[in-house]
Design a protein around this ligand. Structure first.
Ligand code: GLC
Ligand code: CA
Length: 582
Protein backbone atom coordinates (compact mmCIF):
# COMPACT_ATOMS: atom_id res chain seq x y z
CA UNK A 1 0.00 0.00 0.00
CA UNK A 2 1.47 3.38 -0.91
CA UNK A 3 1.48 6.15 1.66
CA UNK A 4 -0.73 8.29 -0.57
CA UNK A 5 -3.45 5.67 -0.61
CA UNK A 6 -3.65 5.50 3.18
CA UNK A 7 -6.70 7.23 4.54
CA UNK A 8 -6.92 9.18 7.72
CA UNK A 9 -9.18 7.06 9.88
CA UNK A 10 -11.27 8.21 12.79
CA UNK A 11 -9.67 7.04 16.03
CA UNK A 12 -10.79 6.46 19.56
CA UNK A 13 -8.39 9.26 20.36
CA UNK A 14 -9.50 12.76 19.62
CA UNK A 15 -8.48 13.61 16.06
CA UNK A 16 -7.40 11.14 13.42
CA UNK A 17 -4.84 8.43 12.82
CA UNK A 18 -2.77 7.99 9.68
CA UNK A 19 -1.91 4.28 9.43
CA UNK A 20 1.56 3.52 8.06
CA UNK A 21 2.55 0.04 9.17
CA UNK A 22 0.74 -3.10 10.37
CA UNK A 23 1.90 -5.44 13.16
CA UNK A 24 4.63 -7.92 12.11
CA UNK A 25 3.91 -11.65 12.45
CA UNK A 26 6.85 -13.00 10.44
CA UNK A 27 9.50 -15.29 11.97
CA UNK A 28 12.95 -14.02 12.91
CA UNK A 29 14.42 -12.87 16.24
CA UNK A 30 16.17 -9.99 14.51
CA UNK A 31 12.98 -8.36 13.21
CA UNK A 32 12.41 -6.59 16.51
CA UNK A 33 15.84 -7.03 18.13
CA UNK A 34 17.70 -4.48 20.20
CA UNK A 35 21.35 -4.88 19.23
CA UNK A 36 24.01 -3.24 21.38
CA UNK A 37 27.24 -2.13 19.73
CA UNK A 38 30.40 -2.92 21.67
CA UNK A 39 33.49 -0.98 20.63
CA UNK A 40 36.18 -3.32 22.01
CA UNK A 41 38.98 -0.74 22.39
CA UNK A 42 36.83 1.29 24.74
CA UNK A 43 34.60 -1.17 26.56
CA UNK A 44 36.64 -2.60 29.44
CA UNK A 45 40.41 -3.09 29.88
CA UNK A 46 41.02 -6.19 31.96
CA UNK A 47 44.81 -6.48 31.58
CA UNK A 48 45.53 -2.84 32.34
CA UNK A 49 47.30 -1.79 29.12
CA UNK A 50 44.88 1.12 28.59
CA UNK A 51 42.94 -0.54 25.76
CA UNK A 52 39.78 -2.58 26.06
CA UNK A 53 40.00 -6.34 25.42
CA UNK A 54 37.84 -9.39 24.77
CA UNK A 55 38.25 -10.70 28.32
CA UNK A 56 36.96 -7.31 29.52
CA UNK A 57 33.85 -7.69 27.38
CA UNK A 58 33.22 -11.19 28.73
CA UNK A 59 33.63 -9.92 32.30
CA UNK A 60 30.96 -7.23 31.92
CA UNK A 61 28.55 -9.11 29.66
CA UNK A 62 26.15 -9.84 32.56
CA UNK A 63 25.63 -6.08 32.93
CA UNK A 64 24.52 -5.90 29.31
CA UNK A 65 22.26 -8.92 29.63
CA UNK A 66 20.53 -7.08 32.47
CA UNK A 67 19.60 -4.35 30.00
CA UNK A 68 17.29 -6.76 28.18
CA UNK A 69 19.02 -6.54 24.82
CA UNK A 70 18.98 -9.35 22.24
CA UNK A 71 22.47 -9.26 20.81
CA UNK A 72 25.80 -7.49 20.87
CA UNK A 73 27.64 -6.39 17.75
CA UNK A 74 31.41 -6.25 18.19
CA UNK A 75 33.39 -3.72 16.17
CA UNK A 76 36.60 -5.28 14.75
CA UNK A 77 39.00 -7.11 17.10
CA UNK A 78 40.91 -8.87 14.29
CA UNK A 79 44.64 -8.66 13.67
CA UNK A 80 45.30 -5.12 12.60
CA UNK A 81 47.96 -2.40 12.75
CA UNK A 82 45.14 -0.22 14.21
CA UNK A 83 45.56 2.62 11.74
CA UNK A 84 41.76 2.95 11.61
CA UNK A 85 40.98 1.46 15.02
CA UNK A 86 40.79 -2.08 13.65
CA UNK A 87 38.87 -1.33 10.42
CA UNK A 88 42.23 -1.99 8.74
CA UNK A 89 42.39 -5.78 9.00
CA UNK A 90 45.61 -7.70 8.38
CA UNK A 91 44.18 -11.15 9.25
CA UNK A 92 40.41 -11.71 9.17
CA UNK A 93 40.59 -15.04 10.99
CA UNK A 94 42.58 -14.15 14.07
CA UNK A 95 42.28 -11.90 17.14
CA UNK A 96 44.73 -9.02 17.48
CA UNK A 97 47.05 -9.60 20.46
CA UNK A 98 45.88 -6.21 21.73
CA UNK A 99 42.45 -7.73 22.37
CA UNK A 100 43.46 -11.29 23.32
CA UNK A 101 43.45 -14.62 21.55
CA UNK A 102 40.97 -16.74 19.63
CA UNK A 103 40.35 -18.63 22.88
CA UNK A 104 39.17 -15.38 24.49
CA UNK A 105 36.68 -14.99 21.66
CA UNK A 106 35.40 -18.52 22.28
CA UNK A 107 35.08 -17.64 25.98
CA UNK A 108 33.05 -14.57 25.07
CA UNK A 109 30.69 -16.65 22.90
CA UNK A 110 30.27 -19.20 25.70
CA UNK A 111 29.37 -16.48 28.21
CA UNK A 112 26.99 -14.86 25.70
CA UNK A 113 25.29 -18.21 25.16
CA UNK A 114 24.92 -18.65 28.91
CA UNK A 115 23.24 -15.24 29.09
CA UNK A 116 21.07 -15.87 25.98
CA UNK A 117 22.76 -13.05 24.12
CA UNK A 118 23.67 -13.40 20.47
CA UNK A 119 26.96 -12.11 19.08
CA UNK A 120 27.33 -10.37 15.74
CA UNK A 121 30.76 -9.52 14.36
CA UNK A 122 31.96 -6.85 11.98
CA UNK A 123 32.97 -7.87 8.47
CA UNK A 124 35.19 -5.43 6.57
CA UNK A 125 35.11 -6.57 2.92
CA UNK A 126 35.74 -3.31 1.08
CA UNK A 127 39.38 -3.00 2.08
CA UNK A 128 42.02 -4.58 4.28
CA UNK A 129 45.22 -3.32 5.87
CA UNK A 130 48.28 -2.63 3.75
CA UNK A 131 49.97 -5.17 6.07
CA UNK A 132 47.60 -7.96 4.92
CA UNK A 133 49.64 -10.74 3.28
CA UNK A 134 47.67 -10.40 0.03
CA UNK A 135 48.53 -6.72 -0.28
CA UNK A 136 52.16 -7.35 0.57
CA UNK A 137 52.17 -10.06 -2.13
CA UNK A 138 50.60 -7.63 -4.59
CA UNK A 139 53.33 -5.05 -3.95
CA UNK A 140 56.03 -7.66 -4.47
CA UNK A 141 54.51 -9.25 -7.58
CA UNK A 142 54.51 -6.29 -9.95
CA UNK A 143 52.07 -4.73 -12.44
CA UNK A 144 49.68 -7.05 -14.27
CA UNK A 145 50.15 -9.97 -11.85
CA UNK A 146 47.27 -11.99 -10.37
CA UNK A 147 48.41 -10.78 -6.94
CA UNK A 148 47.87 -7.13 -7.99
CA UNK A 149 44.47 -8.09 -9.37
CA UNK A 150 43.23 -8.73 -5.81
CA UNK A 151 43.28 -4.92 -5.40
CA UNK A 152 42.62 -1.89 -7.61
CA UNK A 153 45.97 -0.90 -9.07
CA UNK A 154 46.19 1.51 -12.02
CA UNK A 155 48.89 3.43 -13.81
CA UNK A 156 48.95 7.14 -13.04
CA UNK A 157 48.05 9.93 -15.46
CA UNK A 158 50.29 12.79 -16.59
CA UNK A 159 53.47 12.47 -18.67
CA UNK A 160 55.28 10.29 -16.13
CA UNK A 161 52.26 8.77 -14.42
CA UNK A 162 52.80 11.19 -11.56
CA UNK A 163 49.11 12.14 -11.28
CA UNK A 164 46.48 9.85 -9.67
CA UNK A 165 44.40 7.71 -12.07
CA UNK A 166 41.25 9.72 -11.34
CA UNK A 167 39.89 12.45 -9.08
CA UNK A 168 38.27 10.31 -6.37
CA UNK A 169 38.67 11.59 -2.81
CA UNK A 170 39.25 9.57 0.35
CA UNK A 171 36.48 9.56 2.93
CA UNK A 172 39.08 10.69 5.45
CA UNK A 173 40.37 13.54 3.25
CA UNK A 174 42.91 13.82 0.41
CA UNK A 175 43.18 11.71 -2.76
CA UNK A 176 41.80 8.15 -2.75
CA UNK A 177 44.97 6.98 -4.57
CA UNK A 178 48.48 6.36 -3.33
CA UNK A 179 51.49 5.69 -5.54
CA UNK A 180 53.76 2.80 -4.69
CA UNK A 181 57.43 2.18 -5.20
CA UNK A 182 57.87 -0.87 -7.44
CA UNK A 183 60.15 -3.75 -6.38
CA UNK A 184 62.85 -2.28 -8.67
CA UNK A 185 62.86 0.93 -6.62
CA UNK A 186 61.13 3.08 -9.29
CA UNK A 187 57.91 5.06 -8.66
CA UNK A 188 55.16 2.84 -9.98
CA UNK A 189 51.42 2.17 -10.03
CA UNK A 190 48.75 3.67 -7.83
CA UNK A 191 46.26 1.76 -5.65
CA UNK A 192 42.77 2.85 -4.67
CA UNK A 193 41.78 3.40 -1.04
CA UNK A 194 38.40 4.97 -0.35
CA UNK A 195 39.56 5.37 3.27
CA UNK A 196 43.09 5.73 4.70
CA UNK A 197 46.12 5.01 2.51
CA UNK A 198 46.76 2.05 4.85
CA UNK A 199 43.39 0.55 3.71
CA UNK A 200 43.67 -0.68 0.08
CA UNK A 201 40.31 -1.50 -1.57
CA UNK A 202 39.79 -5.07 -2.74
CA UNK A 203 38.91 -5.75 -6.38
CA UNK A 204 35.47 -7.35 -6.24
CA UNK A 205 35.57 -8.00 -10.00
CA UNK A 206 37.97 -10.80 -9.10
CA UNK A 207 36.37 -14.13 -8.07
CA UNK A 208 39.34 -14.89 -5.81
CA UNK A 209 38.19 -12.05 -3.54
CA UNK A 210 34.72 -13.60 -3.35
CA UNK A 211 36.20 -16.95 -2.35
CA UNK A 212 38.36 -15.41 0.33
CA UNK A 213 35.41 -13.70 2.02
CA UNK A 214 33.22 -16.79 1.81
CA UNK A 215 35.95 -18.55 3.76
CA UNK A 216 35.96 -15.74 6.36
CA UNK A 217 32.17 -15.96 6.78
CA UNK A 218 32.36 -19.70 7.42
CA UNK A 219 35.24 -19.29 9.85
CA UNK A 220 33.18 -17.09 12.20
CA UNK A 221 29.88 -18.91 11.63
CA UNK A 222 31.65 -22.12 12.69
CA UNK A 223 32.73 -20.32 15.87
CA UNK A 224 29.13 -19.54 16.75
CA UNK A 225 28.43 -15.98 15.66
CA UNK A 226 24.84 -15.02 14.88
CA UNK A 227 25.79 -12.84 11.95
CA UNK A 228 27.69 -9.95 10.49
CA UNK A 229 27.47 -6.20 10.32
CA UNK A 230 28.89 -5.50 6.88
CA UNK A 231 31.17 -2.47 6.78
CA UNK A 232 30.61 0.05 3.93
CA UNK A 233 28.48 -2.56 2.19
CA UNK A 234 27.54 -0.11 -0.58
CA UNK A 235 31.10 0.42 -1.84
CA UNK A 236 32.59 -2.99 -2.71
CA UNK A 237 31.91 -2.84 -6.45
CA UNK A 238 33.13 0.15 -8.48
CA UNK A 239 31.67 1.28 -11.83
CA UNK A 240 33.58 -0.08 -14.86
CA UNK A 241 36.33 2.26 -15.99
CA UNK A 242 36.36 4.11 -12.65
CA UNK A 243 34.78 7.28 -14.13
CA UNK A 244 35.62 10.67 -12.63
CA UNK A 245 33.38 11.88 -9.83
CA UNK A 246 33.73 15.05 -7.82
CA UNK A 247 31.84 14.20 -4.63
CA UNK A 248 33.32 13.28 -1.30
CA UNK A 249 34.00 9.57 -1.01
CA UNK A 250 31.35 9.26 1.70
CA UNK A 251 28.77 10.05 -0.96
CA UNK A 252 27.43 12.94 1.07
CA UNK A 253 24.77 14.60 -1.01
CA UNK A 254 25.28 17.78 1.01
CA UNK A 255 28.12 18.60 -1.40
CA UNK A 256 25.60 18.56 -4.21
CA UNK A 257 26.56 15.13 -5.50
CA UNK A 258 23.71 12.67 -5.12
CA UNK A 259 25.03 9.48 -3.52
CA UNK A 260 23.21 7.24 -5.98
CA UNK A 261 25.20 8.57 -8.91
CA UNK A 262 28.57 7.94 -7.30
CA UNK A 263 30.55 5.38 -9.33
CA UNK A 264 31.85 3.75 -6.14
CA UNK A 265 28.46 3.25 -4.50
CA UNK A 266 25.38 1.12 -4.94
CA UNK A 267 26.52 -0.69 -8.10
CA UNK A 268 24.04 -3.40 -9.20
CA UNK A 269 26.60 -6.25 -8.98
CA UNK A 270 26.71 -5.82 -5.19
CA UNK A 271 23.44 -7.62 -4.80
CA UNK A 272 24.76 -10.90 -6.19
CA UNK A 273 27.50 -10.86 -3.57
CA UNK A 274 24.98 -10.55 -0.76
CA UNK A 275 22.72 -13.21 -2.26
CA UNK A 276 25.67 -15.63 -2.20
CA UNK A 277 26.42 -14.73 1.41
CA UNK A 278 22.79 -15.19 2.38
CA UNK A 279 22.89 -18.72 0.98
CA UNK A 280 25.95 -19.47 3.09
CA UNK A 281 24.28 -18.17 6.25
CA UNK A 282 21.22 -20.27 5.55
CA UNK A 283 23.34 -23.40 5.54
CA UNK A 284 23.74 -22.63 9.24
CA UNK A 285 20.01 -22.30 9.87
CA UNK A 286 17.50 -19.45 9.80
CA UNK A 287 18.89 -17.41 12.72
CA UNK A 288 22.11 -15.95 11.29
CA UNK A 289 21.84 -12.44 9.95
CA UNK A 290 23.51 -9.87 7.73
CA UNK A 291 23.15 -6.18 8.43
CA UNK A 292 24.33 -3.63 5.86
CA UNK A 293 26.16 -0.49 6.79
CA UNK A 294 24.93 1.04 3.57
CA UNK A 295 24.71 4.76 3.12
CA UNK A 296 22.11 4.64 0.37
CA UNK A 297 20.35 7.63 -1.09
CA UNK A 298 17.39 8.09 -1.48
CA UNK A 299 15.98 6.10 1.43
CA UNK A 300 13.49 3.90 -0.49
CA UNK A 301 16.44 2.34 -2.36
CA UNK A 302 17.50 0.76 0.91
CA UNK A 303 14.73 -1.77 0.30
CA UNK A 304 16.86 -3.29 -2.49
CA UNK A 305 19.35 -4.39 0.13
CA UNK A 306 16.92 -6.35 2.25
CA UNK A 307 14.92 -8.23 -0.36
CA UNK A 308 14.04 -11.75 0.87
CA UNK A 309 17.19 -13.34 -0.60
CA UNK A 310 19.65 -10.60 0.42
CA UNK A 311 20.51 -9.01 3.75
CA UNK A 312 18.21 -9.15 6.78
CA UNK A 313 18.66 -5.58 7.94
CA UNK A 314 20.27 -2.31 6.90
CA UNK A 315 21.24 0.61 9.07
CA UNK A 316 18.97 3.61 8.86
CA UNK A 317 21.35 6.54 8.50
CA UNK A 318 18.64 8.96 7.39
CA UNK A 319 17.00 8.40 10.79
CA UNK A 320 20.26 9.08 12.63
CA UNK A 321 20.83 12.25 10.62
CA UNK A 322 17.29 13.57 11.10
CA UNK A 323 18.20 14.50 14.66
CA UNK A 324 15.27 16.27 16.29
CA UNK A 325 13.86 17.78 13.11
CA UNK A 326 10.33 16.43 13.61
CA UNK A 327 9.18 17.03 10.05
CA UNK A 328 12.14 15.07 8.70
CA UNK A 329 11.72 12.39 11.34
CA UNK A 330 8.11 11.82 10.34
CA UNK A 331 8.98 11.61 6.65
CA UNK A 332 11.84 9.21 7.31
CA UNK A 333 9.85 6.92 9.61
CA UNK A 334 7.01 6.79 7.07
CA UNK A 335 9.34 6.19 4.11
CA UNK A 336 11.36 3.58 6.01
CA UNK A 337 8.36 1.55 7.05
CA UNK A 338 6.47 1.74 3.77
CA UNK A 339 9.44 1.02 1.52
CA UNK A 340 10.72 -1.84 3.68
CA UNK A 341 7.22 -3.27 4.13
CA UNK A 342 7.07 -3.59 0.36
CA UNK A 343 9.86 -6.20 0.51
CA UNK A 344 8.78 -7.74 3.82
CA UNK A 345 11.77 -6.40 5.78
CA UNK A 346 11.71 -4.68 9.16
CA UNK A 347 13.23 -1.25 9.61
CA UNK A 348 16.06 -0.47 12.01
CA UNK A 349 16.59 2.70 14.00
CA UNK A 350 19.74 4.22 15.44
CA UNK A 351 20.89 7.43 17.13
CA UNK A 352 24.59 6.87 17.87
CA UNK A 353 27.56 4.78 16.76
CA UNK A 354 31.37 4.91 16.79
CA UNK A 355 31.51 7.26 13.77
CA UNK A 356 29.29 10.14 14.93
CA UNK A 357 29.16 12.58 17.84
CA UNK A 358 27.08 10.93 20.58
CA UNK A 359 23.43 12.01 20.56
CA UNK A 360 23.64 13.32 24.15
CA UNK A 361 26.20 15.81 22.81
CA UNK A 362 24.62 16.52 19.40
CA UNK A 363 21.33 17.42 21.03
CA UNK A 364 23.11 19.87 23.34
CA UNK A 365 23.28 22.18 20.32
CA UNK A 366 20.32 23.66 18.41
CA UNK A 367 18.76 21.11 16.12
CA UNK A 368 21.82 19.75 14.43
CA UNK A 369 25.33 19.21 15.70
CA UNK A 370 28.58 18.90 13.77
CA UNK A 371 28.87 17.09 10.45
CA UNK A 372 29.32 13.31 10.48
CA UNK A 373 32.93 12.35 11.17
CA UNK A 374 33.82 15.84 12.42
CA UNK A 375 34.31 15.88 16.17
CA UNK A 376 34.20 18.73 18.68
CA UNK A 377 37.26 20.25 20.31
CA UNK A 378 37.86 22.73 23.13
CA UNK A 379 38.00 25.65 20.65
CA UNK A 380 34.54 24.91 19.19
CA UNK A 381 31.20 26.21 20.50
CA UNK A 382 30.37 23.98 23.47
CA UNK A 383 27.19 21.93 23.89
CA UNK A 384 24.76 22.35 26.79
CA UNK A 385 25.31 18.94 28.40
CA UNK A 386 22.22 18.90 30.64
CA UNK A 387 19.95 19.87 27.74
CA UNK A 388 21.67 17.33 25.50
CA UNK A 389 21.19 14.51 27.98
CA UNK A 390 17.54 15.25 28.60
CA UNK A 391 16.77 15.55 24.88
CA UNK A 392 18.76 12.34 24.30
CA UNK A 393 16.47 10.57 26.76
CA UNK A 394 13.43 11.93 24.91
CA UNK A 395 14.82 10.86 21.52
CA UNK A 396 15.71 7.36 22.79
CA UNK A 397 12.28 6.84 24.34
CA UNK A 398 10.74 7.86 21.00
CA UNK A 399 13.02 5.59 18.96
CA UNK A 400 12.52 2.54 21.18
CA UNK A 401 8.75 2.84 20.80
CA UNK A 402 9.03 2.39 17.01
CA UNK A 403 8.32 -1.00 15.42
CA UNK A 404 11.40 -2.77 14.01
CA UNK A 405 14.92 -3.35 15.27
CA UNK A 406 17.10 -0.84 17.12
CA UNK A 407 20.84 -0.40 17.45
CA UNK A 408 22.34 1.09 20.61
CA UNK A 409 25.92 2.30 20.96
CA UNK A 410 27.82 1.47 24.14
CA UNK A 411 27.48 4.20 26.74
CA UNK A 412 24.33 5.77 25.34
CA UNK A 413 22.43 4.00 28.12
CA UNK A 414 24.55 6.10 30.50
CA UNK A 415 23.80 9.31 28.59
CA UNK A 416 27.53 9.78 28.01
CA UNK A 417 28.73 12.91 26.21
CA UNK A 418 31.59 12.97 23.69
CA UNK A 419 35.12 13.57 24.92
CA UNK A 420 35.98 17.14 23.88
CA UNK A 421 39.24 17.95 25.66
CA UNK A 422 41.36 15.48 23.74
CA UNK A 423 44.84 16.86 22.98
CA UNK A 424 45.88 16.60 19.32
CA UNK A 425 48.71 14.18 20.08
CA UNK A 426 46.23 11.72 21.59
CA UNK A 427 43.77 11.81 18.69
CA UNK A 428 44.03 8.63 16.64
CA UNK A 429 41.35 8.92 13.96
CA UNK A 430 43.08 9.11 10.54
CA UNK A 431 40.67 11.93 9.66
CA UNK A 432 42.59 14.16 12.08
CA UNK A 433 46.00 13.60 10.51
CA UNK A 434 44.79 13.38 6.89
CA UNK A 435 43.16 16.82 7.17
CA UNK A 436 45.97 18.41 9.14
CA UNK A 437 43.66 18.69 12.14
CA UNK A 438 40.95 20.74 10.38
CA UNK A 439 38.51 17.86 10.92
CA UNK A 440 38.93 16.48 14.44
CA UNK A 441 37.50 13.10 13.54
CA UNK A 442 35.68 10.49 15.58
CA UNK A 443 37.72 9.97 18.73
CA UNK A 444 35.25 11.93 20.89
CA UNK A 445 32.59 9.20 20.79
CA UNK A 446 35.19 6.46 21.38
CA UNK A 447 36.31 7.44 24.87
CA UNK A 448 36.60 4.44 27.25
CA UNK A 449 33.51 3.65 29.35
CA UNK A 450 33.13 4.44 33.06
CA UNK A 451 32.05 1.36 35.06
CA UNK A 452 32.75 2.08 38.73
CA UNK A 453 32.98 5.64 40.08
CA UNK A 454 35.38 4.91 42.92
CA UNK A 455 37.91 2.90 40.92
CA UNK A 456 40.96 3.96 38.95
CA UNK A 457 40.00 5.36 35.51
CA UNK A 458 36.38 5.00 36.60
CA UNK A 459 36.71 1.24 36.47
CA UNK A 460 37.67 1.04 32.77
CA UNK A 461 40.94 -0.62 33.76
CA UNK A 462 43.27 -0.47 36.72
CA UNK A 463 46.54 -0.10 34.82
CA UNK A 464 47.91 2.65 32.63
CA UNK A 465 45.80 5.58 31.45
CA UNK A 466 43.04 4.75 28.97
CA UNK A 467 44.00 5.32 25.32
CA UNK A 468 41.79 8.43 25.29
CA UNK A 469 41.20 10.65 28.33
CA UNK A 470 37.79 10.42 30.05
CA UNK A 471 35.92 13.68 30.70
CA UNK A 472 35.45 14.61 34.37
CA UNK A 473 31.71 13.98 34.17
CA UNK A 474 32.37 10.27 33.59
CA UNK A 475 32.76 9.76 37.36
CA UNK A 476 29.22 10.79 38.22
CA UNK A 477 27.96 9.05 35.08
CA UNK A 478 29.68 5.74 35.95
CA UNK A 479 27.46 2.70 35.63
CA UNK A 480 27.50 1.76 39.32
CA UNK A 481 26.59 5.30 40.38
CA UNK A 482 23.67 5.29 37.94
CA UNK A 483 22.54 1.80 38.90
CA UNK A 484 21.97 3.05 42.44
CA UNK A 485 19.90 6.04 41.35
CA UNK A 486 16.31 5.24 40.32
CA UNK A 487 16.03 8.44 38.29
CA UNK A 488 19.24 7.86 36.30
CA UNK A 489 19.58 7.60 32.54
CA UNK A 490 20.61 3.94 32.95
CA UNK A 491 17.50 3.07 34.90
CA UNK A 492 15.36 4.83 32.33
CA UNK A 493 16.94 2.65 29.60
CA UNK A 494 16.32 -0.47 31.69
CA UNK A 495 12.67 0.44 32.09
CA UNK A 496 12.29 1.33 28.41
CA UNK A 497 13.85 -1.90 27.16
CA UNK A 498 11.87 -4.07 29.58
CA UNK A 499 8.60 -2.34 28.65
CA UNK A 500 9.36 -2.47 24.93
CA UNK A 501 9.74 -6.24 25.18
CA UNK A 502 6.74 -6.77 27.44
CA UNK A 503 4.48 -4.65 25.23
CA UNK A 504 5.82 -6.23 22.03
CA UNK A 505 6.43 -2.81 20.48
CA UNK A 506 9.19 -4.07 18.20
CA UNK A 507 6.58 -6.22 16.41
CA UNK A 508 3.92 -3.56 16.62
CA UNK A 509 2.11 -1.22 14.25
CA UNK A 510 2.42 2.49 13.59
CA UNK A 511 -0.15 5.17 12.88
CA UNK A 512 0.56 8.87 13.21
CA UNK A 513 -1.69 10.44 15.84
CA UNK A 514 -2.43 13.70 14.03
CA UNK A 515 -3.81 15.55 17.03
CA UNK A 516 -0.35 15.47 18.65
CA UNK A 517 1.63 16.05 15.48
CA UNK A 518 1.67 19.80 15.80
CA UNK A 519 4.94 20.64 14.09
CA UNK A 520 6.72 20.97 17.41
CA UNK A 521 5.46 17.61 18.67
CA UNK A 522 5.28 14.21 16.98
CA UNK A 523 3.15 11.25 18.06
CA UNK A 524 2.32 7.75 16.93
CA UNK A 525 0.18 4.91 18.14
CA UNK A 526 1.83 1.46 18.34
CA UNK A 527 -0.81 -1.06 19.40
CA UNK A 528 -2.46 0.66 22.35
CA UNK A 529 0.60 2.71 23.27
CA UNK A 530 0.66 6.36 22.28
CA UNK A 531 4.22 7.71 21.98
CA UNK A 532 4.39 11.50 22.07
CA UNK A 533 7.55 13.59 21.76
CA UNK A 534 7.15 17.28 22.58
CA UNK A 535 9.99 19.46 21.31
CA UNK A 536 7.95 22.67 21.49
CA UNK A 537 8.34 25.34 24.16
CA UNK A 538 4.84 24.72 25.59
CA UNK A 539 3.45 21.77 27.54
CA UNK A 540 0.74 19.71 25.89
CA UNK A 541 -2.26 18.01 27.41
CA UNK A 542 -2.44 14.24 26.89
CA UNK A 543 -5.53 12.12 26.20
CA UNK A 544 -6.84 9.84 28.93
CA UNK A 545 -4.64 6.85 29.62
CA UNK A 546 -1.98 5.41 31.85
CA UNK A 547 1.46 7.03 31.65
CA UNK A 548 3.89 4.11 31.25
CA UNK A 549 7.15 6.01 30.88
CA UNK A 550 8.45 9.56 30.80
CA UNK A 551 11.87 10.58 29.52
CA UNK A 552 12.18 13.30 32.12
CA UNK A 553 13.34 12.19 35.54
CA UNK A 554 11.13 14.70 37.34
CA UNK A 555 7.60 13.47 37.99
CA UNK A 556 5.51 15.98 36.16
CA UNK A 557 2.08 14.57 36.95
CA UNK A 558 0.87 17.58 38.86
CA UNK A 559 -1.29 17.27 41.94
CA UNK A 560 -4.18 19.23 40.45
CA UNK A 561 -4.82 16.44 38.01
CA UNK A 562 -3.04 18.00 35.03
CA UNK A 563 -2.15 15.17 32.73
CA UNK A 564 0.35 16.41 30.21
CA UNK A 565 3.74 16.35 28.60
CA UNK A 566 6.31 19.03 29.24
CA UNK A 567 8.52 20.75 26.74
CA UNK A 568 11.45 18.57 25.71
CA UNK A 569 9.86 15.35 26.92
CA UNK A 570 8.66 12.05 25.45
CA UNK A 571 5.89 9.99 27.04
CA UNK A 572 4.51 6.48 26.49
CA UNK A 573 0.82 6.40 27.33
CA UNK A 574 -1.40 3.32 27.30
CA UNK A 575 -4.78 4.11 25.83
CA UNK A 576 -7.15 1.62 27.43
CA UNK A 577 -10.29 0.39 25.73
CA UNK A 578 -12.32 2.15 28.39
CA UNK A 579 -10.58 5.44 27.66
CA UNK A 580 -11.04 4.92 23.95
CA UNK A 581 -14.78 4.63 24.26
CA UNK A 582 -15.16 7.83 26.22
C1 GLC B 1 32.84 2.25 8.40
C2 GLC B 1 33.19 2.18 9.86
C3 GLC B 1 34.22 3.21 10.17
C4 GLC B 1 35.46 2.90 9.36
C5 GLC B 1 35.12 2.80 7.88
C6 GLC B 1 36.22 2.18 7.11
O1 GLC B 1 32.23 3.43 8.05
O2 GLC B 1 32.03 2.33 10.63
O3 GLC B 1 34.54 3.27 11.52
O4 GLC B 1 36.41 3.91 9.53
O5 GLC B 1 33.98 2.00 7.64
O6 GLC B 1 36.31 0.81 7.40
CA1 CA C 1 43.67 -4.34 27.57
Amino acid sequence: MSVDSLLHVASPLAGSLTPVHAADHAHGWWRSAVIYQVYPRSFRDLNGDGIGDLAGITAELPQLAELDIDAVWLSPFYRSPQRDAGYDVSDYCDVDPLFGKLGDFDGLIAEANRLSLRVIVDLVPNHCSDQHRDFQAALAAGAGSPERDMFIFRDGTGPAGEQPPNNWQSHFGGSAWTRITEPDGEPGQWYLHLFDSSQPDFNWDNRAVHHEFERVLRFWLDRGVSGFRVDVAHALVKAPGLPAWGGRADGSSSDGFPGHEAPMFGQPALHDIYRAWRRILEEYGPDRILCAEANVDPLPRLADWVRPDEMHQAFNFPYLHAGLDLHRLRTIVTESLTSLDAVGAPSTWVLSNHDVVRHATRFGYGWSGPREGDGIGPADPQPDHALGRSRAAAASLFMLGLPGGAYLYQGEELGLPDGIDIPGHQRQDPTFTRTGGTRLGRDGCRVPLPWRASERHNGFGDGVHPWLPQPESFTELARDAQAADPSSHLNLYRRILAARRELGLGRGSLSWAEEWCTGSSLAFLNGDVLVVMNMGTESLELPAGEVLLRSSSADRELADGWHGISSGETVWLRISAEDSES
